[in-house]
Design a protein around this ligand. Structure first.
Ligand code: F6P
Length: 349
């Protein structure tokens, strides 16, 4: 209980952006630390839009019992346009004040941490908890939810290998990853895929076809597995990952690169090719043990930072330690797949 600020009597918790396995373990940890310290944890439901609408209520002990193993978020989530316009941070601050919330833990990815940063700049006490299956936040080596997503995709690759091999097919597996390809490369390495295509390293159809032709015709393989991130970029623009429709933030809804790639492979090489899109299943699995532990550790640190009177920080995994990183150093950046990692995912084709 050292150095805790007496002013911090009600701590708010908010989850925003895409859900990720381990989020409930974060909520549980912060709530439990609150109970132990005589602080009231306050749940903001439905993210920032919910805050403005007053979807706020105190969290009870029973709310966070038996949730460490569950996917999703008991606080629910959404992508919000709040914080895009000047003055939005003051609106959020006023809403928090109306609910007598003295400090806030923001559990989320890039958009959420940007919101946390803007809110902290108004002088409101805010600490971030890194949560996104994309693992694209700088300031932390891992984000909550990522390892479970990799596990899920790896199992899918293990299973898809059987059907690909039985039917002499190229199996293209489309995974999430709008701006970065961490899920694609790590699952490709763990699942023994032959190629991984990611947004950071644009590909050409010629290169892919050449790689597959060598594997099938020189190395005598009868099947291949290609993992492609939804945001992977064909440098010649034959395959376009963007759909006509947009999400609430005005970003193109992604999806379809995998199917298009499978079609091109069939046309150009004459190999039988199929696509499996893993979609939201990647976000829906029960969190793996490593995610539950990471969620618990970063949230425990976030609680400590907040009650010690700190603000504008995110609790990140740095090496084996959880340590604070200024939100100013986190926002507006992307942790991209490195050339070395990308190379490793291509070695086994
Ligand atoms: O959480 C991030 C993410 O997994 C991205 O990789 C993907 O583009 C996005 O979610 C899609 O989620 P939604 O359709 O919920 O916006």
């Amino acid at each position: 209980m050292r150095g805790y600020t007496a002013a911090m009597k009600r701590i708010g918790l908010i989850t925003s952006g895409g859900d990720a396995p381990g989020t409930n373990a974060c909520i549980r940890t912060i709530a439990r630390r609150c109970f132990n310290a005589g602080i009231t944890p306050v749940g903001v439901f439905d993210a920032w839009d919910g805050l403005l609408k007053g979807n706020v209520r105190d969290i009870a002990r029973d709310d966070v019992t038996g949730i460490v193993q569950t996917a999703g978020t008991i606080l629910r989530s959404s992508r919000s346009r709040l914080f895009l316009a000047p003055g939005d941070a003051e609106l959020a601050r006023a809403a928090l004040a109306r609910h007598d919330i003295h400090g806030l833990c923001v559990i989320g990815g890039n958009g959420s941490q940007t919101a946390a940063h803007l809110l902290a700049q108004t002088g409101f006490p805010v600490i971030g908890v890194p949560k996104t299956i994309d693992n694209d936040l700088v300031g932390t080596e891992l984000t909550v939810g990522f390892l479970t997503a990799v596990e899920m995709v790896t199992h899918a690759l293990d299973n898809l290998r059987a059907t690909a091999e039985s039917h002499n097919r190229v199996m293209v597996v489309e995974v999430m990853g709008r701006n970065v390809g961490w899920i694609a490369v790590e699952a490709a390495i763990a699942g023994g895929a032959d190629l991984a295509l990611v947004p950071e390293f644009p590909f050409t159809l010629e290169e892919i076809c050449a790689r597959l032709r060598t594997r099938h015709e020189t190395h005598g393989r009868n099947y291949s597995i290609v993992v492609i991130a939804e945001g992977a970029v064909d440098s010649q623009g034959v395959i376009d990952p963007q759909s006509a429709s947009q999400d609430r933030l005005g970003r193109p809804k992604l999806g379809g690169v995998g199917a298009n790639l499978a079609r091109e492979i069939e046309t150009r090489l004459g190999y039988d090719a199929r696509c499996t899109t893993l979609g939201y299943l990647q976000r829906s699995a029960s969190p793996c043990a490593a995610d539950r532990i990471l969620a618990t550790r970063v949230s425990d640190k976030a609680f400590d930072l907040l009650v010690e009177g700190q603000t504008g920080l995110m609790a990140g995994l740095q090496g084996t330690r959880v340590a604070p990183v200024p939100l100013a150093d986190v926002v507006g950046k992307l942790k991209r797949v490195t050339p070395d990692y990308f190379r490793l995912a291509q070695v086994f084709g």
